[in-house]
Design a protein around this ligand. Structure first.
Ligand SMILES: NC(=O)c1ccc[n+]([C@@H]2O[C@H](COP(=O)([O-])OP(=O)(O)OC[C@H]3O[C@@H](n4cnc5c(N)ncnc54)[C@H](OP(=O)(O)O)[C@@H]3O)[C@@H](O)[C@H]2O)c1
Length: 356
């Protein structure tokens, strides 16, 4: 008999083993414990990353045929219903003959969800179990991305103290110092894709590789993406990137992000230039803004951003600063869109005494 205490302990264990899976990437970290009808653990499983068995299938693989009959499956995420690179977990649980399923968090994914309904339709009670808050915390990034249905976007730029991203002739290498640039390489490696516009490709010929090491291992290489209609030159450094280049028109950023999402890309690092960065912000797709500010003055026309569609001050894009760091002689600021504020009172048309 599965008592609430046994169920709670099994879910705690499932959450614990879920953390053995890799952080980041397109797939969630999931753990599964299979209990016998008298509450003993028969098998455990967890998901080891994209393309490998899901937690339920991994757990079932440790059991002999028929051994899971009448068992209770305790999973941190609603079993999936979708045939991706591995089969649907709901079907695997039905085929194994489990008697009931508890999961901590419903799956918000458009294609993978409704596994619980499939189980119920097959006569297997599938319901929310304990520890939802903990499971939501473990899966926070993945759930946020799954609910959005598009990759998370970080827009990054490097700027002088007076907000310039390049000199008048278009040269911008380098505004910031080596510490800031090393940090950019780390940030690149933490995203699935790096994106630039054709303007930057033609002006800077960037390699868009993540160079350096983390914990003694070479940084992982995100996929390079170029937005624009102009051709990436045959001899561009990008053509020698270890990952295959993706080119997108940029005419419809929502559709382009959806294409990247369907390719399994869950995070995009937009490295400019000013036109592309501004388009992402204007369209409301900049989930995180990362700015490296160097103590230098450039002046002139090459601003870090172009038109953000702000015709009047009430339309400005308000942000919250979430992190501030010194990197050598530069500053790194992280900001996110601020939650909507209550409307300011209508500004007075009377000049304030002493104001200028
Ligand atoms: N300081 C920094 O952080 C930094 C970073 C990058 C670049 N830069 C500097 O920025 C300058 C280049 O600026 P840029 O604004 O021309 O570069 P960009 O933003 O990289 O490229 C703009 C081009 O991208 C294409 N594009 C595709 N979809 C777009 C969309 N939705 N919105 C806007 N553009 C889209 C268009 O080209 P098509 O005509 O091909 O469609 C557009 O002309 C260079 O001087 C470079 O050195 C500075």
């Amino acid at each position: 008999m599965i008592t609430p205490d046994i169920l709670d302990a099994a879910m705690a264990r499932a959450l614990d083993i879920a953390t053995r899976g890799p952080e980041g990437g397109p797939n969630p970290r999931v753990g599964c414990v299979i209990l016998s009808p008298d509450g003993h653990t028969l098998a455990e499983g967890w998901h080891r990353g994209a393309g490998t068995a899901h937690a339920e299938v991994d757990a079932l693989s440790h059991l002999a045929p028929g051994e899971a009959r009448g068992a209770t499956a305790v999973v941190t995420l609603e079993p999936c219903n979708h045939t991706g690179r591995t089969g649907p977990c709901a079907q695997a649980l039905i085929a194994a003959g489990v008697a009931e399923v508890y999961f901590a968090v419903p799956d918000p994914g458009a294609v993978s969800s409704h596994g619980a309904q499939t189980l119920i339709d097959a006569g297997i009670p599938a319901q929310l179990g304990p520890r939802r808050e903990e499971a939501e915390e473990l899966l926070a990034d993945w759930l946020r991305e799954a609910r959005r249905g598009r990759p998370t976007v970080t827009v990054k730029w490097a700027t002088s103290l007076d907000g310039r991203a390049a000199a008048a002739d278009g040269t911008s290498q380098w505004i910031t110092g080596p510490d800031a640039r090393a940090d950019v390489h780390l940030e690149r490696s933490r995203h699935d894709a790096i994106a630039v516009g054709t303007g930057t490709v033609l002006a800077d010929d960037p390699a868009l590789t993540a160079r350096g090491e983390e914990n003694g291992a070479p940084l992982s290489q995100p996929v390079p993406v170029v937005f624009g209609h102009r051709e990436v030159p045959a001899d561009a450094a990008l053509r020698r990137h270890p990952r295959e280049l993706i080119t997108l028109s940029g005419d419809d950023l929502a559709a382009d992000l959806e294409k990247l999402w369907k390719l399994g890309i869950r995070s995009v690092f937009v490295e400019g230039g000013p036109s592309l960065a501004s388009s992402f912000i204007r369209a409301g797709f900049a989930d995180r803004i990362l700015v490296y500010i160097a103590p230098t003055l450039i002046g002139g026309p090459k601003l870090a951003l172009t038109d953000l569609g702000v015709g009047t001050i009430t339309d400005q894009h308000r942000l919250s600063i979430t992190d501030v760091r010194h990197l050598g002689s530069d500053l790194r600021l992280t900001a996110e869109p601020a939650p909507p504020q209550p409307q300011d009172p209508t500004p007075s048309t009377q000049p304030t005494p002493g104001a200028n």
